[in-house]
Design a protein. Structure first.
Length: 85
């Protein structure tokens, strides 16, 4: 009885046809790996982008509003000082 490895070696083609079959199999494996990895990277980038966007809305927007209010207060104080002169 032949081992499984010996049987698969018997089924493999030699020469140019065998080379192209092995290359095609290798390219298929590489393309599936690249597809899975790119999907995973896309999901991670989406999650990271969502975290950054929500964090900036919660932290930076109130800060920007406060800076705008502070600028208005400074302008109002200048107007009052100018009126008093």
């Amino acid at each position: 009885p032949k081992s499984r490895l010996a049987m698969t070696k018997d089924k493999r083609q030699g020469g140019l046809k065998g080379f192209f079959e092995r290359a095609g199999s290798s390219f298929l494996t590489a393309s599936l790996f690249a597809k899975d990895t790119s999907i995973w990277l896309g999901q991670m980038a989406g999650r990271l982008g969502f975290i950054v966007a929500t964090t900036s809305m919660v932290v930076l927007m109130p800060l920007l509003f406060e800076i705008g209010r502070e600028t208005q207060m400074i302008e109002n104080e200048r107007v009052h000082v100018k009126d008093l002169r």
